[in-house]
Design a protein around this ligand. Structure first.
Ligand code: SF4
Ligand code: SF4
Length: 78
């Protein structure tokens, strides 16, 4: 299963990712980040299908998409 994570401090709220997500699980946050911008957030991170469209379009490299294998690997190295 894929999983999407957005770094709210890197995100500048351009909303390009919202437009390309086929699952419509990305949305503007109601909370300002440290730069005074409204970042993007996900409404259902585990509904992500791992298409990577959001990762490719994000100009600020604020999005990470992983699958269960990657998360298991990461957890194993901590
Ligand atoms: S990887 Fe695809 S489905 Fe997942 S959040 Fe990004 S655009 Fe949406
Ligand atoms: S494309 Fe990147 S910078 Fe733009 S709203 Fe999405 S996460 Fe933020």
């Amino acid at each position: 299963m894929a999983h999407v994570l957005i770094d709210p401090q890197r995100c500048k709220g351009c909303h390009l990712c919202i437009q390309v997500c086929p699952k419509k699980i990305l949305q503007p946050s109601a909370q300002l980040n440290e730069r005074g911008l409204y970042p993007c957030e996900t409404s259902d991170a585990d509904a992500c299908i791992g298409c990577l469209q959001c990762v490719l379009v994000c100009p600020d490299v604020a999005i990470t998409v992983t699958d269960d294998d990657a998360r298991a690997t990461k957890q194993g190295t901590i």
